[in-house]
Write a protein that binds this ligand. Structure first.
Ligand code: TYD
Length: 221
């Protein structure tokens, strides 16, 4: 018997919204409910894409401009989908991905002003039909997010995107909110202010409301 396709969940939002912590907590919660889960991230998530990540986050690719950066994010994504995400979903594993193509639409598109036709063409070759079943947009005011990101990275240099100012991050937040508003059947906005446990509870409730969990073997129907 072939396994039912796994569900694909993405976490999106600005800096310091707690996506990677919440991805881990959600994975653990789903695993206790009998779901096999793979947590991954972008840029990265496969050996080649992790190399491209270094180029992008160091700022080396910044002179290419938002369209050139979008092409690199998409190249990394194509490899990540082919090597990691699609095989896991096909095997019945649920995939939780920390950032995906909505980040390109927001950072390089809405804010960077990359041509939307270019971004759609890049999606056709990188994402194709591996579209998320559910996208959780974690939302906090940019001042709080940037302070959290700075506290987390104490001692480490801010990356290419964290170095941008509060206005830039306010624009990122607004763009994520309007994207979520435009696609309500796929996206849920999560208030990511407050403590980790309350945010985790909001996320789990959104996931179990939107995506039926598979029946656990041996459990009463
Ligand atoms: P990361 O260290 O993963 O940051 P965070 O913890 O905020 O997710 O860095 C990813 C950075 O890359 C982040 O600032 C957003 C940016 N980015 C884009 O600009 N476009 C994209 O398509 C992706 C996936 C990320």
């Amino acid at each position: 018997m072939t396994a039912a396709r796994g569900r694909f969940i993405t976490l999106e939002g600005g800096e310091g919204t707690g996506k990677s912590t919440q991805a881990r907590i959600l994975a653990a919660a789903l695993e206790t409910r009998g779901v096999k889960v793979r947590v991954t991230r972008e840029p990265g998530g496969s050996p080649l894409a992790e190399k491209v990540r270094e180029v992008l986050l160091s700022g080396l690719a910044q002179p290419l401009g938002p369209q050139g950066e979008a092409a690199l994010f998409a190249a990394a994504r194509a490899d990540h989908v082919r090597e990691t995400i699609a095989p896991a979903l096909a095997a019945g594993t649920w995939v939780i991905c920390d950032r995906f193509t909505d980040s390109t639409r927001v950072y390089q598109g809405a804010v960077g002003k990359a041509d939307p036709r270019l971004l759609r063409a890049l999606d056709r070759v990188s994402v194709a039909d591996t579209v998320p079943d559910l996208t959780l947009v974690l939302d906090v005011p940019p001042e709080i997010g940037l302070a959290r990101a700075a506290a987390r990275g104490k001692g480490a240099a801010a990356d290419r995107f964290e170095r941008e100012g509060v206005e830039y991050h306010a624009a990122i937040r607004a763009a994520f909110l309007s994207l979520a508003e435009a696609e309500p059947e796929r996206c849920v906005v999560i208030d990511a202010g407050g403590d980790v446990d309350s945010v985790a509870a909001r996320i789990l409730s959104a996931v179990t409301t939107r995506l039926p969990l598979p029946a656990v073997a041996g459990a009463p129907a």
